[in-house]
Design a protein around this ligand. Structure first.
Ligand code: MG
Length: 165
């Protein structure tokens, strides 16, 4: 199996079947921020993202906002929303995935990772034994670094995963 292959592909994060994953025994969701649940670099937690996070928590999931961006950005996203968070996550390196799991007392095998990038979010999920769910990017607009990653990802989708997304 390719390390870039997500376990599921969603058109948007709100498509996650929360009860089904809860029934399957998953206990935690690590959520990427930029272009997964908010506009890249500027988006705050809008009503849709807030409802999604609260729905996860109500269903019994531990939720951790899990971003490669800095603390200021993550706090800007959160606003007054109460959720655990982890910034400068250095995705795809598995160390911070494993550190979050340890801190939250959840096994990687019970942890879902949702993100919009194969070469950070999903690769790291597969390397650390978490369950990676790919969410299509919310907006076409990306930071320079992400735009570069995106070009590599197009190649991976086409030539490694043989899928058009
Ligand atoms: Mg992202």
């Amino acid at each position: 199996m390719s390390l870039f292959r997500p376990k599921e592909i969603l058109k948007i994060f709100t498509d996650l079947d929360i009860p089904r994953y809860r029934e399957q025994g998953f206990e935690m969701v690590l959520l990427d921020v930029d272009n997964t649940i908010a506009a890249p670099n500027t988006g705050s937690c809008d009503e849709r993202a807030r409802k999604f996070i609260l729905d996860l928590q109500k269903a019994g999931f531990k939720v951790v906002i899990f971003s490669n961006n800095n603390e200021k950005r993550v706090k800007m996203f959160l606003g007054d929303l109460k959720a655990d968070y982890w910034y400068l996550a250095m995705k795809p390196l598995p160390c911070s995935y494993l550190a979050v799991c340890k801190k939250m007392h959840v096994k990687p095998s019970k942890t879902i990772v949702m993100g919009d990038q194969l070469i950070t979010d999903i690769l790291g999920a597969n390397l650390s034994g978490c369950y990676g769910i790919y969410c299509k990017q919310l907006q076409e607009k990306d930071s320079k670094m992400t735009a570069f990653n995106r070009r590599i990802e197009k190649f991976i989708w086409r030539n490694v995963l043989h899928e058009e997304v």
